[in-house]
Design a binder for this molecule. Structure first.
Ligand code: NAD
Length: 479
């Protein structure tokens, strides 16, 4: 096997690469084998102050760059990422463990998202309204909100840094982004592509290190006018509270616990095939991962059997092995959560039909797991597992299924399988969720908004809504 190498890690502030100089460090590890990939330098208070000052200065210049020029730089960055896609995929597999094919898929979507945002930069429109004043002009314009502090997670680290950066830059904002401490390499590589594409220094700064310290420092600064966060709901609550002190706008993409309603008129083979593929994609660590399956009585037994057979056939292993379909869990916290939630489900009377445990003792491989008969009182029916576990339950009455699906305080993605059009419309109307998939799990395309309701957050990324998130509205009434 060729020797894979990671990337050098540094703070990237005002165009300078800063590392060493006594900065504290922590290790970035490969979740497949536990090996150390690199030491990550932590941003000092002076680094954060420099990033803020640079972001403020760069914003004043970048907002004046014509939209077509902003678009050209963003599109050039997308093209550079396309050229470097194999290197990106390798870095993702090293730091997250995901199979190379999945890593390439993430990069394809990252490129599409950046291209979409670049093109949208040219389509930021204001409007005029009829003035009430003789000879007057009443103009509504859209302006960039200001310097942004962004926080990206570890599960899709290239996509979720890339789309935040591209949308903010398209709107004319500057951004300070903190990639997850577990996956700083891919975030830095995205930033490098923007720099190589001609982005002026300071428009994008990347800081690494202790998340709580960095977020508290950046969000407390009056320079920051927008916070964009993707990650756990409890952290989102903390950051939203910090932002409220400065009345700073926020977009929050938080946790989910996606329900799936499988009606007895559904195409069961198609439902099983797509459900298994999507459940174990990203080793289940996706906020839109299908988790609670509610299956109508008449098809329940067949669904459980087929789902179990398909899940147990998934090849788990090294992301660099072409045969691997599911890589390791991304970090020790996920392993501890899987073990705790599955043990608790069994204590509450649940049955494991396949999987249920770690594979081996080194690295973080875990068996694709299917549970049945788990009551609502079990933790896993309430806390997002964010891992490779599906919970299958049956229902007889559709009202009951909808009530169960809506039972939790989350509302990010919800799915239903049915061939009855009226039923589909009803489910789309009554499921409390920011995104509804009927006979499909296909979300995340850049042209459509991605976001949740309830405790899954507010605001959207992607779509025109994703650019709006970085704009404010100004009304000028001229006599
Ligand atoms: P965790 O509580 O350990 O949080 C880790 C993540 O949050 C890291 O990315 C970290 O950088 C960030 N973070 C933590 N404290 C922070 C702070 N004070 N300021 C800024 N960032 C901070 O959770 P975990 O074990 O890594 O992940 C599990 C949970 O995370 C899941 O339940 C899931 O809901 C959520 N998650 C959601 C998404 C998403 O796409 N919406 C992505 C990743 C994780």
């Amino acid at each position: 096997m060729p020797l894979r190498h990671y990337v050098p890690l540094y703070q990237w502030i005002d165009g300078a690469r800063l590392s060493g100089d006594g900065r504290q460090t922590s290790s970035v590890t490969n979740p497949f084998d536990g090996s150390i990939l690199a030491e990550m330098p932590h941003a000092t208070d002076a680094d954060l102050a420099a990033a803020l000052e640079s972001s403020q200065r760069a914003f004043k210049q970048w907002r004046k760059v014509p939209a077509w020029e902003r678009a050209a730089i963003i599109l050039r960055a997308a093209e550079l990422i396309r050229v470097r896609i194999e290197r990106f995929a390798e870095i993702l597999t090293l730091e997250v463990g995901k199979p190379l094919a999945e890593a390439r898929m993430e990069m394809g979507l990252t490129i599409e998202s950046i291209v979409w945002a670049g093109e949208e930069a040219k389509r930021i429109y204001g409007r005029t309204v009829e003035s009430r004043l003789p000879h007057g002009r009443a103009i509504i314009s859209r302006e960039p909100i200001g310097p942004v502090a962004a926080f990206a997670p570890w599960n899709a680290p290239a996509l979720l840094t890339g789309r935040k950066i591209a949308a903010a830059l398209a709107a004319g904002c500057s951004m300070i982004i903190k990639p997850s401490e577990e996956t700083p390499g891919s975030g830095l590589m995205i930033a490098e592509a923007f720099a190589d594409a001609g982005l002026p220094a300071g428009v994008l700064n990347v800081v690494l290190g202790d998340p709580a310290h960095i977020s508290a420092t950046l969000i407390a600064s009056p320079i920051i006018r927008k916070v964009s966060f993707t990650g756990p709901t409890p952290v989102g609550q903390q950051l939203a509270a910090l932002a409220a002190r400065q009345v700073t706008a926020v977009t929050m993409e938080l946790g989910g616990h996606a329900p799936v309603i499988v009606c007895d008129d559904a195409d069961i083979d198609m439902a099983v095939e797509s459900s298994v593929a999507n459940k174990f994609f990203m080793a289940g660590a996706s906020c839109i991962s299908p988790t609670r399956f509610y299956i109508q009585d008449a098809v329940y037994d067949a669904f459980v059997e087929k789902f179990t057979v398909a899940a147990s056939a998934i090849k788990v292993g090294d992301g660099f092995d072409a045969e691997t379909v599911m890589g390791p869990l991304a970090n020790d916290r996920r392993l501890a959560a899987m073990e705790r939630l599955i043990a608790d489900a069994v204590e509450h009377g649940g049955t494991i039909t396949t999987g249920g445990k770690r594979i081996g003792n080194t690295g973080l491989l875990f068996e694709p797991t299917v549970l049945t008969g788990v009551p609502d009182t079990a933790q896993i029916m309430n806390d997002e597992p964010f891992g490779p576990v599906a919970i299958l339950s049956c229902f007889s009455d559709i009202d009951d299924a909808i009530a169960k699906a809506n039972r939790l305080p989350f509302g990010l993605a919800a799915y239903a399988f049915t061939t009855n059009t009226q039923q589909a419309q009803r489910l789309s109307g009554e499921l409390e969720s920011g995104m509804i998939g009927i006979n499909t799990y296909y979300f995340g395309m850049p042209e459509a908004p991605f976001g949740g309701v309830k405790q899954s957050g507010y605001g959207s990324e992607n779509g025109t809504e994703g650019i709006d998130a970085y704009l404010v509205t100004k009304f000028t009434n001229q006599a």
